[in-house]
Design a protein around this ligand. Structure first.
Ligand SMILES: CC1=C(CCC(=O)O)c2cc3nc(cc4[nH]c(cc5[nH]c(cc1n2)c(C)c5CCC(=O)O)c(CCC(=O)O)c4C)C(CCC(=O)O)=C3C
Ligand SMILES: [Fe+2]
Length: 396
């Protein structure tokens, strides 16, 4: 067994449950999706996102109109700049001396450039933090692959060690902002109904997340485990929704559901359902008069939130005469930022936090993924932060 912190050996100190012993890090890499910053970026960005995945051109054109209606600018980059600043302020407040670098999967600043920048600044071991809370190919392994490929592309494999913070869907720092949001959303919807003379009308709480192909859902998380709802991805959302509701006394007895949004891909490939708009259509027939929409799958109010929820789903609600409120995402909520820094501290020797809080029985999730976790169904790529990772381990 190798001793943690004894040099460049990414998988040193990993136990059989995927927990990595604390190490000394030189920097944090905030890793995100990336988005266009002007009309001329929109199509090149969409091509980056869908590279090699057979998304039809018509779908790209359709998604492009969402970005075009916002001037070709995705809100996600400004949100990540704000999150980076908030993390820096929180680290500073705690006297933790770790710089925060930022890199994206699909748009500048690209992860490969961020790794080069880190190495040139003298950093040799970085801890990545992604803006993605759950387990599935798109939200977990794809980040690990993009880190692995960036290391190969830059020639930094074996020179820059890259570890990653655990998936944090059930960390209190992620859950608490939704708790506040659901309480406020319920109060707002009930007030709107009261103003219409229907103070006791039934309301519904709808948790929304990104749909993914059912095959990707089934491949999420470690192999050979039975999950509620048929996959780790669905089970994590169901459990987190329940954890939120358990903390909102005003939600007692309110009916709720988990629904999906932002489906893409070929029509014959099955994705998780129901779509949020179809689910909303069902509510009036059940006597429901108001709905609180909770963007449980997302970290910030990016395009999937401001378009698919605030534009489309809220329009559906208006057409159905439903009183509706969309709850904020964690964004730069102080509890979320503190929670992210706590999770960095779980992994560091200095400022270590031994306790690993989790609000569901599924967590705390592992630091290092099990072999084939969140498998890429199109073939293998180099990854980091997996039991089966080879980049920079000497096994490549
Ligand atoms: C699980 C999941 C998350 C949540 C976790 C996480 O946050 O990572 C997420 C987030 C996001 N998805 C985003 C944008 C897009 N996702 C696409 C396509 C896809 N997403 C998928 C899944 C997810 N996606 C999948 C299975 C596809 C199809 C196959 C593929 O192409 O991989 C496409 C292609 C066009 C289309 O919609 O068909 C776009 C433009 C943005 C940026 C928003 C902005 O710019 O503000 C963000 C944060
Ligand atoms: Fe997406």
């Amino acid at each position: 067994m190798t001793t943690a912190g004894s040099g460049l050996d990414p998988l040193a100190g990993v136990d059989e449950n995927g927990r990595m012993a604390p190490k000394r890090y030189d920097a944090i890499v905030l890793a995100s999706f990336g988005g266009p910053e002007g009309q001329e970026d929109v199509i090149p960005f969409l091509r980056n996102v869908t590279r090699g995945r057979g998304i039809p051109d018509e779908r790209l054109e359709e998604v492009a109109t969402h970005y075009r209606s916002f001037g070709g600018i995705s809100p996600i980059n400004a949100q990540n700049r704000a999150l980076k600043q908030a993390l820096e302020a929180e680290l500073d407040r705690r006297g933790i001396d770790l710089p925060v670098l930022w890199g994206n999967r699909n748009w500048a600043p690209f992860i490969a450039d961020t790794f080069r920048e880190a190495y040139d600044a003298g950093h040799r071991r970085v801890l990545a933090l992604s803006t993605s809370a759950y387990s599935c190919y798109s939200s977990c392994r794809q980040y690990r692959e993009d880190f692995g490929m960036a290391l190969v592309e830059t020639g930094l494999a074996g020179k820059l060690e890259v570890d990653k913070v655990r998936q944090y869907f059930d960390h209190p720092g992620f859950v608490e902002p939704f708790v506040e949001g659901v309480a406020e959303g319920l109060a707002a919807v009930r007030a709107e109904l009261a103003a219409k003379g229907e103070p006791d009308a039934p309301v519904h709480i709808m948790f929304a997340t990104h749909s993914i192909p059912i095959g990707d859902a089934e491949a999420a998380g470690p192999r050979g485990v039975e999950y509620e709802g048929g996959s780790a991805y669905v089970a994590q959302h169901l459990a987190t929704a329940q954890a939120v509701l358990d903390r909102v006394p005003e939600a007692a007895g309110v009916e709720w559901s988990l629904v999906y949004q932002s489906r893409s891909g070929a029509p014959h490939v099955p994705w998780l359902e129901p779509d949020i708009n179809d689910a909303l259509e069902e509510l009036p027939g059940k006597g429901i008069r108001g709905v609180v929409i909770v963007p449980l799958g997302f970290v910030s109010d990016h395009m999937e939130v401001v378009w698919d929820l605030d534009t489309e789903a809220l329009q559906t609600c208006a057409a159905l005469g439903l009183a509706a409120k969309r709850v904020p995402t964690p964004g730069v909520h102080a509890k979320f930022v503190e929670g992210l820094v706590d999770m960095v501290c779980e992994r560091t020797v200095e400022n270590n936090i031994a306790e690993r809080p989790a609000t569901t029985s599924l967590g705390p999730w592992m630091d290092v993924c099990m072999p084939n976790c969140c498998a890429n169904r199109r073939g293998e790529k180099p990854t980091v932060a997996g039991m089966d990772s080879t980049v920079g381990t000497g096994a490549q």
